[in-house]
Structure formats: C-alpha cells, structure tokens
Ligand binder design. Structure first.
Ligand code: NAD
Length: 493
C-alpha cells in the first residue's frame, strides 16, 4: 500500500501537528481507501489559531493601507491560476469531484480575489447631516476582527473565497476550518497563501470534527463573526454556539431547488440546463435543481428526452477527462440516497432511470443519474435534500399552480424556469421564494453575483459588491467643532 500523504495545520504562519499528535485519515471516494493523514484540531489547537489571528489583527494587518492588503489578495489569485492543476488534482482525489471541474474552478476562483482586491480601497464612510450645532459627525467602516470560516467539502475553493477575500480586503484576520470529510485542498491552498508572504497569523487553516474543533471555534470569545456553509442541522449548533460569544453569524445552507419547464421552452437547452443542474458534480451541489416540474402537454416527450440524456452520461474515474460523473464523496451520502429512494418507491414513486448503486466500481461510492416520477412532491426524494444525482419529476398544468408548488418546500436557495415567453420568465422568477433564479440556464457563479438563500437555506449573501460590507462594522465619530466649552453638562444635547 502506498505511503499516506501527511498534512499539517497552518497556524500563526507555521506548519504544526495537533497537540497530542492526534490525526485522522481522509479517504479517496473512488476506491474507499485512505490516501492522506491530517491532524485533528483539539480545543487547544483552536485556541492557538484564534489567538494568533487576534494578534495579527491587533498588529499590522488591520492598519496597513487597503491597497497593500489588495496586493496580497491579487497574489493569492495569481497563485491560484499558477497552481490550479495541483489544487484540482488534490481536490479530485479527496472529494471524488471531476478533475475537469476542480481544475477549472481553482483557476476561476482567482477572479474572486481580484474582485475583492479591487474593492478594498473603495468602501467609503459618510458625513452625517447632523441636527446639532458645532458638531460634525462621520461614519467609517472598521474591520470586525477574527472571522471563523467554516466550509463543507464540496466546492470548498469557491466557498472559502467568498469568505476569505472580503474578510482580508477589509482588514480582518481569519481561521478557516476545513471539512473533516476532505480537508487536503485547504492545506495545499494554505501553502500558496504562505508563499505570498502575508503576515503570520492573518490566515490560519485547521481541520477537525464538529466537536471539539467546530464547537471550540464557534464559541471562542475572540471570534467576532462565523461565516458558515454547510447543512441546516450543523447551522442550528452554530447559532446555539454563538450565544456563548455573541458572534455574528452568516449561514449558507442546503437547498431543494425547483425547476419548471413550460410548454414553450427550448427543449434541447432545457435538457442541457437540467442535466447540468442535477447531474453536474453528481448532484452534490447546494444549488442542485433537484425538483423538476414539467407542464403536462410536454411531460412525456420531455421526460423521455431527459432520460435518454441521463442514460448517456459517462460514469468513470474522476481524473479521466472523458468522465461526466464520478463517485459521491462519502458513504453516508450513498446511504441517505438509497434510504430515500426505497421509501419513495414504497410510496408509489416510479424509477425512470438509475436508482441502484452503479456497477462501475463496488469499492468507490458510485451512484448513477437517477430520475424518479412522483405523483406529489411530498414523497421523500422530492422533499428532502439528498445531495446526490437524483431528480424528482412532477407534472403541472398552470403557471399559478407551478409557482405554488415550487414555493412549497422548507428551502429557498436556487430555482430555475425554462420558457420562451420573456414576460412569464420574469413573472415566475419574481414569484419564486428563493435567493437565486436562473431563467433558461442553470449553475452559474460569479464574483459580482450575490449568492445565498432565504427560508431554511440561510441568511447573509456571499459574493457581490455588498457582501464586503458584511466584513465591516459601522463606526460613528463625533467631533465638537466650537472653541467655546460645552455649557450644561447635565442636559442631553
Ligand atoms: P456539514 O454541515 O456536515 O459540515 C459543514 C462544516 O461544519 C464542516 O466543516 C463540519 O466539520 C462543520 N461542523 C460540523 N459540526 C459542527 C459544529 N457543531 N460546530 C461547528 N462546526 C461544525 O455539511 P457537509 O455535509 O460538509 O456539506 C453539505 C451541506 O452543505 C449540504 O446541506 C449543502 O447543501 C450545504 N452547502 C451549502 C452551500 C451554500 O452555499 N448554500 C454550498 C455548499 C454546501
């Protein structure tokens, strides 16, 4: 058996083991074999990381000129471009996600660092039209302090960039907690951050389990904001934890995103968009379009086309450039999917394709593209977030009916509409209760496009111009401008 790759954590600009040298193995989802060993952070390690971030915050980082901070952000971006291949390979081995996606994503994510570098010196304060004589009052935006960024295993380069880039641009320091399910990419990324020469302690990267690592981080009294991406159950822990340190919390959670196809849709385009939305990344995307509503006149014809496309998807090794779907990232995912499908079939759901583990490998976590017809969207596969390549399909008649159905779910992250009628596209997208709606397309991200949900999909937008302000607090400064002393000290003015 080849020797396991060994990683260390990045704390205060140094590469360290956890105290007590506790470690755990990370598995390659393609063959279910360990390939690397990583330190498991204890509460003491977390404390060390947070204190080093606090020291760096009080030191030079929050005080240097914004354009100097921007230089580090641009340097991170250029390291990403130069090392996208390496990052892509490590992420693929660790998560099972296709190399053709991880490589491209690592490269593209550089744009986020450039974008926030550009914004670093453009956040202005105000002069207040104050209602008092001899007073001038202004507001400025100050950094918050130590940020805890907690990221899941999927799209971790993207979900880290939307936190790290605005946080650093505004003068905060950060502790990033990589997911215990696939932490290696974050440590490779930390090596690149170190190469930029960024001051020690500004960026710290650790990993470990929810308890003690995640808990110690989100309750730490020096952490001022927790930027979290993950599942709703973990989010509930985080909110409870924030009662300990009164930290601000932003939450990017799960989804069960609905997509509607109207009779007048361009069908080939819709088939492609829906395929990307649910079978891209094997459906392990928080914005996966996993509930599909087809208008009744095109139901059979469209479903047949979509099924034929799904059955053509090439399953294979995630490093192979021809592969279109690789393994799921972990065994738990596979079990959750199988359980939900079994319950759905017992309640009348009809499997159109897929539905059973794929024969490509019985060692890796392979599951094929699966389409299930459901009489109603309360069946388990149509209601629960599965985080896998499983599409539930329902029929609808009118626009009003489909809007009601699309909104009838606890989540509100993403959504999609396919129609050739521009006015209907606008009407439906306005009526859908979700943070994102794609019209005649799906699965796009950009540094300038706010990303995030409503309802149980969380709160606080990431990316886009405004999210940089979420990494600042407004400070009000009052100047007394008269040469005369203030008169009555006991009357409020
Ligand atoms: P998860 O919630 O299990 O884990 C996310 C992170 O939280 C991990 O780093 C984990 O170690 C940490 N954690 C666990 N318990 C904790 C605790 N008590 N305190 C602090 N931290 C703790 O999620 P996952 O399974 O890794 O990822 C899948 C979920 O993430 C899905 O629900 C998916 O929809 C969601 N997601 C959302 C977005 C988005 O932007 N909205 C993006 C990607 C993934």
């Amino acid at each position: 058996m080849p020797e396991l790759k060994k990683y260390k954590m990045f704390i205060n600009g140094e590469w360290v083991d956890s105290e007590g040298k506790k470690t755990f193995e990370t598995l390659n989802p393609e063959n279910n074999k360990p390939w690397a060993v990583v330190p498991e952070a204890s509460a003491k390690d977390v404390d060390k990381a947070v204190k080093s971030a606090q020291k760096a915050f009080e030191g030079e980082w929050s005080k240097i000129l914004p354009r100097e901070r921007a230089k580090y952000l641009r340097a991170i971006g250029s390291k990403l471009r130069d090392n996208a291949e390496l990052l892509g390979k490590v992420e693929t081995v660790d998560t099972g996600k296709l190399y053709r996606e991880t490589y491209k994503q690592a490269h593209y994510i550089a744009e986020y660092y450039d974008y926030y570098a550009g914004l670093a010196d453009k956040i202005e304060g105000t002069v207040l039209p104050i209602d008092k004589p001899n007073i001038q009052a202004i507001t400025t935006r100050i950094p918050i302090g130590v940020i805890a960024a907690i990221v899941p295993w999927n799209s971790q380069m993207f979900l880290t960039a939307t936190k790290l880039a605005p946080a650093l641009a505004m003068g905060n320091t950060i502790v990033i907690k990589a997911s215990e399910l696939a932490p290696a990419t974050m440590f490779e990324f930390a090596k690149l951050i170190e190469e930029t020469g960024i001051p020690k302690g500004v960026v710290n990267v650790i990993t470990g389990f929810g308890d003690p690592c995640g808990k110690a981080l989100t309750t730490h009294n020096l952490v001022e904001k927790v930027a979290f991406t993950g599942g709703p159950e973990t989010a509930r822990h985080i909110i409870r934890n924030s009662a300990e340190n009164l930290s601000e919390v932003s939450l990017e959670l799960g989804g069960k995103s609905p997509v509607a196809v109207f009779n007048d849709a361009h069908q080939e385009n819709a088939v492609n968009g829906i395929t990307a939305g649910i079978f891209g990344a094997s459906g392990q995307s928080c914005i996966a379009g996993s509930r599909l509503y087809l208008q009744k006149e095109i139901y059979n014809e469209f479903l047949d086309k979509l099924t034929a496309r799904a059955e053509k998807i090439k399953i294979g090794a995630p490093m192979d450039p021809e592969t279109e779907m690789g393994p799921l990232s972990n065994f738990k995912q596979l079990e959750v999917i199988e359980k939900n499908i079994k319950l759905t079939v017992e309640q009348g759901g009809k499997i159109k394709c897929g539905g059973k583990r794929h024969s490509y490998s019985n060692e890796g976590y392979y599951f094929p593209p699966t389409i299930i017809e459901c009489d109603n969207h309360n069946l388990p596969v149509a209601e629960n977030e599965l985080f896998g390549p499983v599409l539930s399909v329902m029929k609808f008649d009118t626009e009003k009916e489909v809007i009601e159905k699309m909104n009838d779910n606890q989540f509100g992250l993403s959504s999609g509409v396919y129609t050739s009628d521009l006015a209907r596209g606008l009407r439906v997208s306005n009526a859908i209760r979700a943070g994102i709606t794609f019209v005649n397309t799906y699965r796009l991200i950009s540094p300038s496009a706010p990303f995030g949900g409503i309802k149980d999909s969380g709160y606080g937008k990431e990316a886009g111009i405004d999210s940089i302000k979420d990494y600042t607090r407004v400070k009000t400064i009052w100047y007394y401008t008269s040469e005369e002393p203030t008169l009555d000290p006991f009357a409020i003015r």
